[in-house]
Structure formats: structure tokens, C-alpha cells
Design a protein around this ligand. Structure first.
Ligand code: AMX
Length: 435
């Protein structure tokens, strides 16, 4: 058994009694109530999911295993000579709750290298798809195509004990995570670089190898590391994380679950917003003839968007009530590496003008920017200008968080998800409108 799996086993065995006790002895203790507005309104704020991988505080933002983003980036072992930590070390943190030593992070780097070989049929299948397919559709299809590789399914069919479900789930998750960067880079080079595929370099870590396979020079390796870490997890209720958890709760394997997550992430109100931000900015740039707008000019573009009944992409959030720390982390990267970039200047002006406008309009509960307002600008700057592709990068990151969650879901025996629905007439009756 690998070092990380041993460690995980120890953590799981230590954790199980806590869940068992809560369920058996305190199962009837109330943690909230549900209103009609919540039932109709997308279950906002209903407390009915459990995860220890990350927690999202509305004011403070995300904590991964208790660590804020700056704390996480500071504490994890860094790739020698680079600014950002190993993504593999971050995965160690999400899985075990502990900051790895450099040696532990490197063990995981080696483990991923052993697992990364993607079956050839995946690439053949991608090449058989129409080239104008959206990269997210290709990505989801490539993942589900590998379902036949599932070790969980094999073990389940052999009659494995429930207590051991997490082990083959871990194997599937690690195999999949090891392959996602190569699959994503293949999609990119096949679709946008005339099929000029760059093979992986077995000497590199996940972030470095991704930049290499994309054909983008340093510091894009650090961009990839930062991006995968920032997008990994945002507790369990967002569409992609929840979809992954929900599908896995039926004991569907990792391949089905992560492919489904990617489908949810592909919506413009969720992960696709980073593509929408760039599209919106490009539209303004066209109208401005490439000039940087004044704040007054920018305000007009924002109001035009709102008055035409559209949302301003990259702003607002269902849980957060302040500027997203994932936005801040990327902003700091921009201030250091691309302060004079025109698109960054646009993003910066938007940061100043959009929140007061959304406040004045009075609809959005959170007028502040989210992760997607800033992420496209970095990709664009380093030459990744096909913004249809941006959500695939988000998807690699999100798969890391959701895989970690699913392994723990299985370890703690979380059951199939099945909330209850009511009819409109029942709500009217509860509200006292109709007898
Ligand atoms: N621009 C214009 N209107 C907005 C807005 C924005 N950025 N954010 C929220 N609103 C509007 C909503 O559309 C809603 O209008 P309605 O009452 O007419 O339906 C009203 O404000 C109340 O919405 P809310 O409770 O503040 O937000 P929500 O929880 O329903 O939705 C989100 C959250 C993110 C979907 C929404 O803020 C939005 O559409 N933002 C723009 C898209 C975006 O950036 N998405 C990415 C989010 C991060 C991520 O998941 N990657």
C-alpha cells in the first residue's frame, strides 16, 4: 500500500467513530429549518451536506482543511525555483488534512507519474468528435469513456465489503487525476493547435507537465499550479461539487461522477463564467477600439448589460458576501506579473465600478467579484486565447476537490442522496393560502 493510502487509512479509521456517534446518538438534533423561499429558490443556505475537505465562510471565503488560501500557498512545499506549491502536495492536504513534508509531496508526485498513462482509445475518441464541439463536452466525454477502467466497479462486482469501498475509489480517483492534465492538454492542442500534440515529460510535476504539454513557457507552470489549487473545492453545495457527490452517492464510480461534475461546471452561471468574462471584456474592447475606457465609460457598459436583462459575469456569489479570496490571489499574481496588461486594466476598472452599480441596482446579494472575474485575464496574457477552453482548467482543479470528497464519502459510508420534494399546492397549504 502506498504511503498516502496508508496515511489515509489511518485517518479514516480515526474519523469513523465521530460520524457514527453523531448519527447514532445525536441524529435528531436540529441544525436548521427550511423555508418556502429556500425550497423554491435553489436550496440557498439549507444546511444538509457534510464535508471536511473545505468550508466556505461568507465573509472570509474558502478554507481548505482549515487553511485560508494565503496560508495554504505559504505552508505547502514549493517546487524548487518556483513561486507555487506542488499540486500533488495540495492533494495530500485535501485527502489527509495534514500539510505534507517535501518528501511526502514528492512521493505523491512519483505516484501520479506511475498512474498517468491515458488509454489510447481516449485520444482516438476525441479525434473522432466534431472539432467544433465545446471543450467541456469533449472533456466530459473523454472522462466517461474511461469508465471501463474502474477498479471500484470490478471490486464491487466481486462483492467487496462496504467498509472497503473507499480503497478502489481512491485508486480510480488517483488514476483519473493523474490523467486529466494530459487529456485536457490533448484537447487543447488537437482543437486549437492543428493536432500538434506535445507528449508528457516524465520528469515534471503535475503543474509543470501541464504547462509543457500546453506548449506554454514559464511562469505558466506556476499559473497552472495556482489555478488547479484555487479551483479545487468550494465546500459541497455548488453545482459541480454537489453533482459529483450526488452521482457518486448512487455508487456510480469516479468516472461517471467526475464526468457529471464537468457537465454542471459548464453552465454560464457557474464555471463557464470565466469564459463569459473574457467574452464580455472583448466586446467592450471592440466598442472602445482597443482604448482603455474611463470609469464613466465603463459604467455605461455595465449598465447596458444590466438594462438588457443580463448578468455581469464574474460578479456575485450564492454564498460569499465579500471579494472572493480566489480573486484576490489571482489579482496579486497579476499585479506582480502583468500589471501593465490592457485586459488586466479592464478587470481593474471593473473591480472599481461594478460593485457600486450592483449595489445601486439592489438585486445582487453580493456585489463583489468572484474567482472568474480575474482568471481569464491571466490565461489570455500567457497566450491561451481560446476562452472556450478556460472552464476545462477549472474542471481539472474541481476534480481534485471532488475526488477527495468522494473518497471520504465512501470511507464514512454516506448514503445515496434523496431529499424530499413537495408540490406547489402543498406549499400553499403550509403557507395557509389554501385549505
Ligand atoms: N449581475 C447582475 N445581476 C446579478 C448578478 C450579477 N453579477 N449577481 C446576481 N444578480 C441578480 C440575480 O440574477 C438575481 O436576479 P433576479 O432576482 O432577477 O433573479 C438577484 O441578483 C439575486 O441573486 P443573488 O441571490 O445575489 O445570487 P444567486 O445566488 O441567485 O446567484 C450567481 C449567484 C453567481 C449565479 C450570480 O451572482 C450570477 O449570476 N453572477 C454572474 C455569473 C457568475 O459570475 N458566475 C460565477 C460564480 C462563481 C462560480 O461558480 N464559478
Amino acid at each position: 500500500m502506498s504511503m498516502i493510502k496508508e496515511k489515509l487509512k489511518e485517518k479514516i479509521e480515526g474519523w469513523r467513530p465521530r460520524t457514527t456517534m453523531l448519527l447514532k446518538e445525536y441524529g435528531k438534533v436540529q441544525i436548521g429549518e427550511v423555508t418556502i423561499a429556500q425550497a423554491i429558490g435553489g436550496m440557498r443556505g439549507v444546511k444538509c451536506l457534510v464535508t471536511d475537505i473545505s468550508y466556505l465562510d461568507p465573509m472570509e471565503g474558502i478554507r481548505f482543511r482549515g487553511y485560508t488560501i494565503p496560508e495554504t500557498l505559504k505552508a505547502l512545499p514549493k517546487v524548487p525555483g518556483r513561486e507555487m506549491p506542488y499540486v500533488e502536495g495540495f492533494i495530500y492536504l485535501l485527502l489527509t488534512g495534514d500539510i505534507p513534508t517535501e518528501e511526502q509531496a514528492l512521493e505523491l508526485v512519483e505516484e501520479f507519474k506511475k498512474r498517468h498513462k491515458t488509454p489510447d482509445y481516449v485520444f482516438d475518441m476525441i479525434k473522432a468528435l466534431p472539432k467544433d464541439s465545446h471543450p467541456m463536452a469533449i472533456f466530459a466525454a473523454a472522462i466517461v469513456a474511461m469508465q471501463r477502467e474502474s477498479i471500484f466497479v470490478k471490486k464491487y462486482n466481486e462483492g467487496i465489503s462496504k467498509m472497503d469501498y473507499w480503497e478502489p475509489t481512491y485508486e480510480d480517483a488517483m488514476n483519473l487525476l493523474a490523467r486529466l492534465p494530459e487529456i485536457a492538454a490533448f484537447i487543447y492542442r488537437w482543437k486549437y493547435r492543428d493536432g500538434d500534440i506535445i507528449p508528457p515529460d516524465p520528469n515534471l510535476d503535475m503543474g509543470g507537465n501541464f504547462a509543457h504539454m500546453m506548449g506554454i513557457d514559464k511562469p505558466y507552470d506556476d499559473v497552472a499550479r495556482l489555478y488547479f489549487i484555487l479551483h479545487s473545492d468550494h465546500e459541497s453545495g455548488n453545482v459541480s461539487a454537489h453533482t459529483g457527490h450526488l452521482v457518486a452517492s448512487a455508487l456510480s464510480d469516479i468516472y461517471y461522477s467526475i464526468s457529471a461534475l464537468i457537465d454542471g461546471l459548464a453552465g454560464p452561471l457557474h464555471g463557464l463564467a470565466n469564459q463569459e468574462v473574457l467574452r464580455w471584456i472583448q466586446g467592450v474592447m471592440d466598442e472602445m477600439g482597443g482604448k482603455i475606457p474611463t470609469e464613466e465609460e465603463m459604467k455605461k457598459f455595465v449598465w447596458d448589460t444590466l438594462n438588457s436583462g443580463q448578468v455581469v459575469p464574474g460578479f456575485g456569489h450564492a454564498v460569499l458576501r465579500k471579494t472572493d479570496p480566489r480573486y484576490q490571489a489571482q489579482r496579486e499574481f497579476c499585479l506582480k506579473h502583468l500589471p501593465d496588461d490592457d485586459i488586466f486594466k479592464y478587470v481593474d476598472i471593473l473591480y472599481k465600478v461594478v460593485p457600486p452599480i450592483l449595489e445601486e441596482q439592489g438585486k445582487a446579494k453580493n456585489p463583489w467579484p468572484n474567482v472568474d472575474a480575474q482568471s481569464g485575464v491571466i490565461q489570455w496574457y500567457y497566450g491561451l486565447r481560446e476562452y472556450d477552453f478556460y472552464t476545462v482548467l477549472f474542471g481539472i482543479g474541481r476534480a481534485i476537490g471532488v475526488c477527495s470528497n468522494i473518497i471520504w464519502d465512501r470511507a464514512l459510508g454516506y448514503p445515496i442522496e434523496r431529499p424530499k420534494s413537495l408540490t406547489t399546492a402543498m406549499l400553499e397549504e403550509v403557507a395557509g393560502i389554501k385549505k
